[in-house]
Design a protein around this ligand. Sequence first.
Ligand code: ZN
Length: 246
Amino acid sequence: MAADRKIAVLGDIHANLDALQAVLADAKAYGATEYLCVGDVVGYNACPNECCEIVRSLGAPTVCGNHDRYSAFGESLEEFSPLAAVMVKWTRETLSAENAEWLRSLPFTEVVPGGITLVHATLDDPEAWGYVFDDLDAETSISYQKTQICFHGHTHVPVAFEMHHGRVSRLAPGTFRLEAGRKYFLNTGSVGQPRDGDPRASYCLYSPGERRVEYRRLEYDVPAAQRRIDLAGLPPRLADRLGEGR
Ligand code: ZN
């Protein structure tokens, strides 16, 4: 029943198994009945196959992120930073054929039952991987949004944009109720590599029956994720930034 739906919305998991497990345990404790994913399941951390397999096993509708795309297709990496490019190459070599095929099958946008839109970056041009940092970027994307609520990711910064009478404003990424006549463009923040200076994993819980959104932040075993990066021989900077939330 719609009234009982409790949806955990995960994004930018980035192959961080320790963060993903902590988030799923928290979502389960909150009684999550379904899962959605706004993309970038892989990249930056050492467990791309494990994370793909978990998201697939949850049956979570998932949209394609830039790391998913570039890791699963042999496209040129010119637009990536050197650090991201190293990771995409490593992920390409590490992904199983089955997980790479799953990543290639992901759509850029999806509307799931109950009128929830998912996109990794922006709705105006989902394949251009633009970043929504300010109200103006949000306004452009929301003008293409056909449902009341849209979850996205990509910046790794949790933020909630609300459009009311054509004007965009921000809500604190805490707990709030959706109001009729308004649209919401919500960045879940990153499960596996937060960049807002807070190293805790970030995700959203959405209860359509109560029209309620809750942003969650969670401690997880950062040293365990850092050890995995080290053991895989990946750049130490990737481990350091997990501890900094950058
Ligand atoms: Zn990302």
